[in-house]
Design a protein around this ligand. Structure first.
Ligand SMILES: [Zn+2]
Length: 215
């Protein structure tokens, strides 16, 4: 765990030196983003009623249990990548790293990706960063990103779609904490709206179009 390395020097018999993939300036920025998560991001989540489990998950994520890396062929314009929901491999891409990005870009990217390490979907990661990092590097999701919310989330009835931690009204662009009540071994819980999150509702309204494909 910790910062990913590669081997420089040595020969086919071994030897060489383990060198971090991230530069020292990049490691500094990522460590500052980890501190910002502890000082601001995690307390923000902990302060939202109904998100205690997410706050606890975030409190447990750190340099010792997340693989942190810089750049990858998968970046392709993204700020960051997590290997999968609930995964432990987080890669920072150029827009989230100095000198291309400022510290706030690194901060908000780390927060977004760590929501994914806590099983969050894109809807969860975007809504949480918009809510908790307002004025600190976050921006509205684009039309295609919002279309992605629809394909990734589950229909919870009554024009409500459910992410892992939040629920979303595609018609109004409103996002709320996901509340689950009831349910048992043979029945699903009822999903309803909890506390409303502060996102730009206009940006979260699902726009028609997209060619009719799943994407
Ligand atoms: Zn994401």
């Amino acid at each position: 765990m910790s910062f990913e390395t590669h081997t420089e020097g040595g020969s086919w018999t071994g030897g060489g030196t383990e060198v971090p993939n991230c530069s020292s300036a990049e490691i500094d920025a990522i460590r500052a983003a980890l501190r910002f998560l502890v000082d601001s991001g995690q307390p923000c989540v902990a302060g939202v009623a109904g998100l205690g489990a997410l706050a606890t998950c975030l409190a447990g994520k750190n340099e010792r249990n997340i693989n942190l890396d810089c750049r990858s062929s998968d970046c392709n314009g993204a700020f960051g990548i997590t290997n999968h929901r609930g995964g432990s491999d987080v890669t920072f891409c150029d827009p989230a790293l100095p000198p291309n990005g400022i510290q706030a870009d690194t901060d908000v990217t780390l927060f977004h990706e760590f929501i994914h390490t806590c099983d969050g979907m894109e809807l969860d990661a975007w809504a949480m960063e918009n809510h908790c990092y307002a004025g600190h590097g976050t921006f509205d999701p684009g039309v295609e990103t919002v279309r992605g919310f629809e394909s990734e989330t589950d229909d919870a009835g009554n024009n409500l779609r459910a992410g892992r931690w939040v629920v979303w009204e595609p018609d109004t662009g409103r996002v709320f904490v996901k509340v689950e009540t009831g349910g048992s071994w043979n029945s699903s819980p009822t999903i309803s709206r909890g506390v409303e999150l502060n996102v730009n509702n206009a940006a979260y309204i699902l726009q028609p179009g997209g060619g009719g494909g799943w994407i």
